[in-house]
Design a protein around this ligand. Structure first.
Ligand code: NAP
Length: 305
């Protein structure tokens, strides 16, 4: 069984940067990835707040550039989902569907996934009108009416993206104020085919022949209900960390994020957490890459001791 100096679980910006820094530090590094590199970044249409790109950058393109850069320095990518870990032994043990791997140090950078609304028929209609990724699925609703749920940066970016390809976009938010960054507010107001549905939550999903045909929304202040006829519902109500496989192995906070300090150190020597998966103030690509670099640096120091 091959023993890596450092195993990085997850290949979003945090994982790929950890790989880049680890390889440049001369470590034998492997990144474990479930499907394809890039994480949430690869599903982001356009970024305006990653420094160095005055015209902005496509998320997919930036993700692939990060992957290429890490690979050029010798990081190995193993396309296998890590399903279990044993951090009580040294080297640490990672289990995937295809085998077992040993690593002297580990960086967990598994990121987060979209949170669900938790209403009836949501799972049944996923892929049949209910979506969690506007840039992946928006094109299926070209020229149609759709709705986005949420008031954060993702919801607003999704609404702006969809307004360019759909006939109309309802933005359904449970309060009367957006959580999204101020720069988005004026942009939204200037887009004619976005209609705000304030103080409202989606209570029911309706279908015709198994495909979404509309939703019932309830105003949480007046209790008034109304139906919106839409072909697509894009849910953007936040994220939840991909940490289920770590239960019992690492300290998680009450919402499932890995408890780690600003250098990524967890309570277990040689195990680090980077990017959206850890407790932190600001979840952005720029903070994820910084985390990746710090974790690789910490791991290199740990290995040299
Ligand atoms: P978020 O900032 O946590 O926003 C989630 C939104 O969904 C909030 O408006 C919240 O309402 C609403 N919500 C939560 N649960 C709900 C429910 N059950 N029903 C209805 N609405 C619900 O999540 P996000 O927008 O996915 O962003 C995640 C992180 O990525 C953030 O740190 C964000 O800044 C970052 N991000 C940044 C950019 C960018 O910089 N351009 C783009 C995308 C994401 P309340 O407001 O009432 O809580």
């Amino acid at each position: 069984m091959e023993t890596f100096d450092i195993a990085i679980i997850g290949s979003g910006p945090a994982g790929m940067t950890a790989g880049l820094y680890a390889a440049r530090a001369g470590l034998n590094a492997a990144i474990f990835e479930r499907i394809s590199p890039g994480g949430q970044l690869a599903q982001t249409e356009h970024l305006e707040n990653y420094p160095g790109f005055p015209q902005g950058s496509g998320g997919f393109e930036l993700a692939w550039s990060m992957h290429e850069q890490a690979t050029n320095f010798g990081v190995k990518t193993i396309t296998e989902e890590v399903t279990a870990v044993d951090f009580t032994q040294n080297p640490k043990l990672l289990t995937t569907a295809f085998g077992e791997y040993l690593a002297k140090s580990v960086v967990v950078a598994t990121g987060a996934r979209p949170r669900k609304l938790g209403i009836a028929r949501e799972e049944e209609l996923q892929g049949r009108g209910v979506s969690y990724c506007a840039t992946c699925d928006g094109n299926f609703f070209r020229g149609k009416k759709v709705a986005v749920v949420g008031g954060g940066n993702t919801a607003v970016a999704d609404a702006i993206y969809l307004s360019r390809i759909c006939e109309k976009v309802y933005l359904i938010h449970r309060r009367d104020q957006l959580r999204a960054t101020a720069i988005y507010h004026d942009r939204l107001k200037a887009i004619e085919n976005i209609e705000f549905v304030w103080d409202s939550v989606v209570t029911e999903l309706h279908d015709e022949n198994g495909a979404l045909s509309g939703v019932t929304v309830k105003n949480v202040k007046t209790e008034e209900q109304k139906q919106l006829d839409i072909a697509g519902l894009f849910v953007a109500v936040g994220t939840q960390p991909n940490t289920e496989f770590l239960q019992g192995a690492l300290d998680l906070d009450e919402t499932g994020y890995i408890v780690a300090d600003e250098t990524g150190k967890t309570a277990i020597p040689g195990v680090y957490a980077a990017g959206d998966v850890r407790t932190k103030q600001l979840r952005q690509v720029v903070t994820a890459v910084a985390d990746g670099a710090l974790c690789a640096e910490e791991a290199a120091e740990y290995l040299s001791e």
